[in-house]
Design a binder for this molecule. Structure first.
Ligand code: ATP
Ligand code: MG
Length: 145
């Protein structure tokens, strides 16, 4: 699915539509986010969190690599927000317990800069690519397996 977002509000609408289309799996649901610096990956992640009832503000986890938010609703109990930008290799994410995170159906996982860890993403991950077109325009391409 391809979208052209003309404002953060447009991007919020895309996030809402995506969340409404999601369903749980027998392992974690992984959403891989790619695109240049400032293309909107964190903004989109914040809207996803908002839709799922996260109260704490979702911040860019760039310096933390990973941040986990509690979700009150079903089917997901945790929103795991990962920023792979600073990772040197997939090994570093594996060392953060990636295999266990991905195993749990109760985890919804957002990975910014997912291309950095492409080889360890589940095959059924949803891929979203953001393109910075101009100051307020972003192309958002969503591929679901
Ligand atoms: N149509 C739009 N959709 C989303 N964000 C937009 C849009 N227009 C302008 N913006 C702005 O673009 C910026 C996107 O920054 P954001 O931190 O989400 O990017 P990012 O892809 O996570 O960058 P990084 O790779 O540095 O983590 C925000 O300041 C946001 O307000
Ligand atoms: Mg970001």
């Amino acid at each position: 699915m391809n979208y052209v977002s003309k404002s953060p509000l447009d991007t919020k609408r895309v996030a809402i539509e995506l969340v409404e289309s999601l369903s749980a799996r027998d392992h974690a649901l992984v959403i891989a986010l790619d695109g240049d610096l400032g293309s909107g990956k964190t903004t989109f992640s914040q809207y996803i969190g908002e839709c799922l009832g996260v109260h704490d503000p979702i911040q860019s986890p760039t310096f933390l690599i990973e941040k986990i938010y509690e979700l009150s609703g079903k089917p997901w109990q945790h929103l795991v927000h990962i920023d792979a930008y600073r990772l040197e290799s997939e090994r570093e994410l594996l060392d953060l317990g990636w295999r266990d995170i991905v195993k749990k159906p109760s985890n919804l996982v957002l990975v910014e800069w997912a291309e950095k860890v492409g080889s360890i993403l589940p095959e059924d991950a949803i891929h979203i690519v953001f393109t910075h077109e101009d100051e307020t325009t972003r192309k958002i391409e969503i591929s679901t397996p």
